[in-house]
Design a protein around this ligand. Structure first.
Ligand SMILES: *Cc1c(COP(=O)(O)O)cnc(C)c1O
Length: 386
């Protein structure tokens, strides 16, 4: 089976992890801070806080921004569950903004219209989570301008987008947001097995994120309610979690990070090859906004249903029968039973739902070979032209 995405593990990665296994620290040693400094440097952000998943990063990002009961978080319906669930963890409510029909990211126009209405009704969001779907950045300039007007905070869910750029700057610079989150799950651009990071330019948010990822405890006397009882003393100053990244994971991440640019440019080569191979078929290829340089985590095509005899499901199944591990990213979150129980209904976000009826993610990862890519395209051509 050709998967839709997969990691590459090199001998150097293995040696980096083995070195940590032979060292004094498996967790809370020097490698996690080194990984964080390297992430912050590459992204041009002031602070990076590594954690055990992007889901954890989203959770503590929401808490650091003060999201709680009575507050509302808005995100895109076309995302992984975690972009919305993070609000529910905090006791807040979730609402969605429909997608742009060309980029499939949260539509800045739909956001503006929904904000106008919410302002009239006194139901403005506290936090908005734009998701950089497939690795292509959202219209962050517009979303940031709206945050200034309506007073919400921004967490970029950039789980797909490390190595991507927006207006020439690396995604993760937080130029248009409070916090940016990356995922290092094995299907993402680089991996630490499980893992994630939150980046920010705010020292205050960095301090909160640091506390929240490790039990809310501190050894810094400046943060304590009274002077330390002695050199052993730590104090709990917030209710935090154990969301720490291990030294093993950080060693793998540091080693992978050296190949980040190569990975993303390889993904662009594959996208260009797909574009050549798939030209003229009744499918819509990923459109690239000129402000962006995508990390191309995913290569999503949309079936032009009125020009194809087979159904979406039939095309999907035909590809799977040819040993091609296609996937669908994503099932609109508001249609999940968990969200339907909150009152969301089919028809609430028509662009997202239309996208879901047409989208298929083709294999996309740096070690995908040209011959395999041609096999994918041949199978897809047969399925949509039958
Ligand atoms: C993968 C992913 C997450 C969650 O990442 P984990 O590291 O697996 O917790 C969140 N949001 C999006 C958009 C993702 O693709």
């Amino acid at each position: 089976m050709i998967p839709y995405g997969r990691q590459e593990i090199t001998q150097a990665d293995i040696e980096a992890v083995v070195d940590v296994l032979r060292s004094d620290f498996l967790t809370q040693g020097p490698v996690v801070p080194r990984f964080e400094r390297e992430l912050a440097r590459r992204c041009g952000a002031a602070h990076a806080l590594a954690v055990n998943s992007a889901t954890s990063a989203l959770h503590i990002a929401c808490l650091a921004l003060g999201l709680g009961t009575g507050d509302i978080l808005w995100t895109s319906p076309i995302t992984f569950l975690a972009s919305a669930n993070c609000a529910l963890y905090c006791g807040a409510q979730v609402d969605f903004v429909d997608i742009d029909p060309r980029t499939y990211n949260m539509s800045a126009q739909a956001l503006e219209a929904k904000l106008e209405k919410a302002a009239r009704e006194g139901r403005l969001p506290k936090v908005v989570v734009p998701v950089h779907l497939a690795g292509q950045a959202c219209d962050m300039r517009a979303i940031h301008a709206l945050s200034q007007r309506y007073g919400f905070r921004i967490i970029e869910d950039a789980s797909h987008a490390i190595g991507g750029r927006y207006l020439g700057q690396p995604v993760g610079s937080c130029s248009f947001s409070d916090i940016t989150v990356f995922s290092f799950h094995p299907v993402k651009i680089i991996t630490t097995a499980e893992g994630g990071v939150a980046l920010t330019n705010s020292p205050e948010l960095a301090r909160k994120l640091d506390l929240l990822r490790s039990h809310g405890m501190t050894r810094d006397p400046a943060l304590m309610s009274h002077a330390p009882d002695g050199p052993w003393y730590y104090q709990q100053v917030a209710l935090g979690f154990n969301y720490r990244m291990t030294e093993l994971q950080a060693a793998l991440g540091l080693s992978q990070l050296e190949r980040l640019e190569r990975y993303v440019s390889r993904r662009h080569e594959l996208a260009a090859q797909y574009e050549r191979e798939l030209a003229g078929l009744p499918i819509t290829l990923p459109w690239q906004h000129p402000d962006t340089y995508s990390a191309f985590h995913l290569y999503v095509v949309r079936l032009q249903r009125e020009r194809i005899r087979a159904s979406h499901k039939e095309v999907f199944e035909a590809l799977r029968e040819h040993g091609i591990g296609v996937n669908v990213h994503y099932i609109p979150v508001h249609t999940q039973p968990w969200y339907a129980a909150m009152g969301f209904r089919p028809g609430d976000y028509p662009e997202a739902e239309r996208y879901y009826r047409e989208a298929i993610s083709l294999p996309m990862y740096p070690t995908l070979g040209e011959a395999e890519l041609v096999r994918v395209c041949t199978a897809l051509r047969e399925a949509v032209c039958a």
